[in-house]
Design a binder for this molecule. Structure first.
Ligand SMILES: NC(=O)C1=CN([C@@H]2O[C@H](COP(=O)(O)OP(=O)(O)OC[C@H]3O[C@@H](n4cnc5c(N)ncnc54)[C@H](O)[C@@H]3O)[C@@H](O)[C@H]2O)C=CC1
Ligand SMILES: O=C(O)C(=O)Cc1ccc(O)cc1
Length: 286
């Protein structure tokens, strides 16, 4: 089996390494625009061959994965469509589902039935194939979002491949996915970026930041994530994310009121509820 990876960064590169390790694919070709990035994919062992030609990447591939930022998905699907083998399977790893599925519908056209989406809930804040690893998805959750017009056999093939690669597959609707991840992934990234940006713009920012402890480090780790990737996620899941921001703003207003009014009892009750829920959380995988 030959896999073509379109956008061989952290997730595309990790998928290549992980699916090779699991014996799902024997050979990987990476497509990209930047020869230096492609050379890194070769050095890392994520790709066996590389190309800047979409035709060369896709024409003999049995599996094609798009691992580019979500707003670039439509042009990638459009570019690959003419060169796909009739029995090739297409997938993607994007962080949003409704707009990416719409992009696949539009870009792949009458080849849409060859496509099944899957979003791995695993990654990290450092982008690029340098940070890729074969065990990134071990025991992690991968969300499958089957939708109208997809071939159930293709959906099952992609789900089974992820299981074989060591992940746990869970299915949900594209809408449910986007509402859920707006809340537990997209909102926290915006909050972390906002906090670091706000402090960094202050006159004595560097002196302040030097004083930051582990709490600040834990809260803001994800503010090191790729600006392009997160710009795209915010734009792609605009409605759900905007709703979450409104709710969060209301929650901050409430906390500010308690603080302004020195209402310790009310503050403690909010914090206790958060602690009860946070301490009970179990995160899948390592
Ligand atoms: N970083 C993470 O933790 C996770 C990311 N994702 C999703 O996976 C996808 C890839 O993210 P990462 O691997 O983290 O990013 P990355 O920045 O490490 O890799 C993206 C790669 O795509 C390339 N690229 C960008 N536009 C392109 C285009 N039009 N054609 C070809 N190549 C193009 C970039 O040069 C880069 O090599 C995104 O859709 C992201 O939302 C999903 C789960 C986790
Ligand atoms: O860095 C982290 O902790 C993440 O949250 C990684 C991540 C980023 C985007 C996704 O769609 C899924 C996982």
């Amino acid at each position: 089996m030959k896999m073509a990876v379109i956008g061989c960064g952290l997730i595309g590169g990790s998928m290549a390494l992980s699916w090779k390790r699991a014996g799902i694919v024997d050979e990987v070709i990476a497509f990209g625009h930047n020869p230096a990035t492609l050379q890194k994919a070769l050095d890392k062992g994520a790709a066996d061959t590389v190309t800047t030609s979409m035709e060369e990447a896709v024409k003999d591939a049995d599996i094609v994965v798009s691992a580019v930022p979500v707003e670039a998905m439509e042009s990638v699907f459009t570019e690959m469509a003419p060169f796909l083998k009739s029995d090739a399977v297409v997938t993607d790893v994007g962080s949003t589902r409704q707009t990416v599925i719409a992009a696949a519908r539009k870009g792949l056209g009458d080849k849409f039935h060859q496509y099944a989406p899957a979003h791995p809930i695993a990654g990290g804040e450092m982008p690029g194939v340098d940070y890729a690893s074969a065990d990134l998805f071990d025991e992690k959750v991968v969300i499958s979002t089957p939708d109208e017009g997809m071939d159930p056999k293709v959906v099952t093939f992609i789900e089974e491949a992820w299981r074989k690669a060591g992940a746990r597959v869970q299915a949900m609707s594209p809408l449910q996915h986007d509402l859920t991840f707006a809340s537990v992934s997209h909102l926290p990234h915006v909050l972390a970026y906002a906090l670091v940006d706000m402090i960094a713009r202050e006159e004595n920012a560097q002196e302040k930041l030097k004083m930051a402890g582990a709490g600040f480090r834990d809260f803001t780790r994800i503010a090191s994530s790729s600006p392009v990737m997160w710009r795209d996620i915010c734009l792609s899941n605009r409605e759900a994310l905007s709703h979450e921001l409104e709710r969060y703003r209301a929650s901050l207003d409430t906390l500010q009121k308690y603080i302004d009014e020195s209402d310790g009892k009310a503050l403690e009750s909010v914090f206790e509820n958060a602690v009860r829920n946070r301490r009970g959380l179990v995160f899948p995988g390592k």
